[in-house]
Design a binder for this molecule. Sequence first.
Ligand SMILES: Nc1ncnc2c1ncn2[C@@H]1O[C@H](COP(=O)(O)OP(=O)(O)OP(=O)(O)O)[C@@H](O)[C@H]1O
Ligand SMILES: [Mg+2]
Length: 260
Amino acid sequence: MSYYAGIDVGSLTAEAVLIDKDRNIAAYAILPTGNNSQKAGTDAFRTALGQAGLAEADVSRVFSTGYSRARVLQAEDSKTEIACHAKGAFYFFPHVGTIIDIGGQDSKAILVGKEGRVINFAMNDKCAAGTGRFLEVMAGALDVPLDKMDDLALGSKEELTISSTCTVFAESEVVSLISQGKAPADICLAVSRAIARRTAGLVTRVGVADSLVMTGGVAKNRAVVKILSKDVGHLIKVPKEPQIIGALGAALFAREENGR
Ligand SMILES: Nc1ncnc2c1ncn2[C@@H]1O[C@H](COP(=O)(O)OP(=O)(O)OP(=O)(O)O)[C@@H](O)[C@H]1O
Ligand SMILES: [Mg+2]
């Protein structure tokens, strides 16, 4: 049987997704990129193969995507993250119009038309504000696990504001709020609102469609998704595993372009 693979090596995480010839997901893996992006891609690929009980020879074609897509040894070709997130989001949500991908290093808003084809996009890749990195820095300052920030934020009782856009200045604000004895829950909500505010600007720039989907690691923060939904005036849907959407898109391209 023929399988296809997509490998997304991002600034923080590397994912591999295996699909069969009928586009069913056979297995996936998510690993930290670490300091060797080539190895991270290979490890993610091998981990997914192991999970599916497959060998490399069972895979007909591999495409890569992500920040380090050119360094993926197994890939025959690569696609941009924009195209892959659009393709992957469309797989789960065929009515999707606007996709928001927030990873560790950049954030993007993508407007798609029929068949998940990209019409327009906007991205912020010059600074950490509004990215996963921002969330990580604030989690560190608060000494709260990243995956607990949303639960805390959603239980907030007092509205606080972080006014700096810059991550470094915003971290100082967080430290100052901590020293004033403010509750971590309220600070977490303020952090989520800061990311949402920044992202809403990107989304408005590319266009708010009726159906919005969020991908990338930050989509795992339910507080950010909830506030952003309110800010853009539409409910934002999140796939069950938002971090694999880019790799899934690359696997779907590999399957489509097989036998070119
Ligand atoms: N459980 C979680 N809860 C909240 N945020 C999370 C969680 N897991 C990961 N993240 C966030 O996701 C980010 C990483 O996202 P992702 O894996 O999409 O990045 P990436 O693709 O490597 O980066 P980029 O696309 O910018 O190169 C982390 O910075 C972190 O803030
Ligand atoms: Mg990414």
